[in-house]
Design a protein around this ligand. Structure first.
Ligand code: NAP
Length: 283
């Protein structure tokens, strides 16, 4: 696989940034250069030198998607965008790599495999499910379904590190259960599927290791930082009580990794990756 044949779309986000690091010779475009909701712009773009589109663009503000404007934005970027890219991929005979989320499920099952029927709770989840359905119709596509993504940019780990550094004792939800996904792991998996020409289709992808709550992740972060801060557990229901405009979230976000492991992909443990990430941020 030649890096020059790859175009990374939505390249300034968390995943886009990690993809640019992995593929410095790929073409990387963000919203200002290529808007996936603008079919006219996509149609007039020169796709001839590419073989692979990696779509890292998305509307990821889960609560923002519940507002009047956010609902429109989420559907445009998460559903119409992938539909447009699917059309472009078919017309130009390109492989389309797309990213999904555990929010396409209601989280009632303790662990999710790739064949679970869609049951989104939120506008974000529904718009992402629509995008998945469209991309999965094209033969040459990979959908990586992930959760709890941590990379460059604002994310949960950085928020908790800031609180820890300020000596604040946070109250953190303890009934949402999952595993972290570092963008480095997502990039490794994308590269693995492409390089090994794995069968097209949907693959779950998170870091591996024990399943955990956000509260316990915060305790682990504080331990790595050697801070004395306390973390108080709270249920999701209590945490969001009396707050308006909050999207419902799945409680169980653990994804079954058997399918991608079956292709020879070897997962890294989120605990080790979290330690590396926090230590790098501190240094
Ligand atoms: N973050 C998570 O916890 C999480 C969990 C599960 C799945 N995912 C999925 O993982 C993927 C990557 O997420 P991420 O955290 O890297 O997202 P992110 O940091 O929010 O990045 C998304 C990027 O898409 C760009 N974008 C927005 N609208 C666009 C448009 N119309 N055309 C082109 N680019 C556009 C954004 O540009 P602007 O910033 O300029 O708007 C931003 O650079 C997404 O598909 C997301 O749904 C994320």
């Amino acid at each position: 696989m030649k890096e020059e044949e790859i175009i990374i779309i939505g390249s300034n986000g968390q995943l886009g940034t990690a993809l640019k690091e992995k593929y410095p010779n790929a073409t990387a475009v963000d919203y200002n250069e290529l808007d996936i909701t603008d079919l006219k712009q996509l149609n007039s773009f020169d796709w001839s030198k590419f073989r692979i589109i990696i779509n890292a663009a998305a509307f990821t503000n889960v609560d923002g998607a519940e507002t009047k404007d956010g609902r429109v934005g989420a559907w445009k970027i998460n559903a119409i965008g992938p539909a447009n890219l699917s059309k472009i991929a078919i017309e130009n005979n390109l492989i389309l790599v797309h990213i999904s989320t555990d929010y396409v499920f209601d989280g009632t099952l303790e662990i999710h495999d790739e064949n679970e029927p869609y049951s989104p709770l939120s506008v974000y989840g529904a718009s992402k499910a629509a995008g998945d359905i469209l991309v999965s119709q094209i033969e040459k596509s990979y959908i990586l379904r992930t959760s709890w993504v941590i990379g460059e940019g604002n994310n949960f780990v950085k928020t908790m590190m800031n609180l820890g550094a300020k000596g604040i004792n946070p109250t953190v939800v303890s009934d949402q259960i999952g595993k972290l996904t570092f963008t480095s792991e997502l990039v490794r998996a994308i590269d693995h599927l492409l390089v090994n020409k794995a069968p097209y289709g949907t693959y779950n992808l998170t870091n591996d290791g024990s399943k955990v709550s956000w509260a316990d992740i915060t305790r682990t972060i504080f331990k790595i930082m050697s801070t004395e801060n306390n973390v108080t557990d709270i249920t999701t229901e209590e945490y969001y009580k009396n707050k308006n405009g909050i999207a419902p979230r799945p409680l169980n976000s653990v994804l079954n990794l058997d399918k991608i492991h079956g292709t020879g992909f070897v997962s890294r443990d989120w605990n080790k990756e979290l330690k590396k990430y926090v230590e790098k941020e501190i240094s």
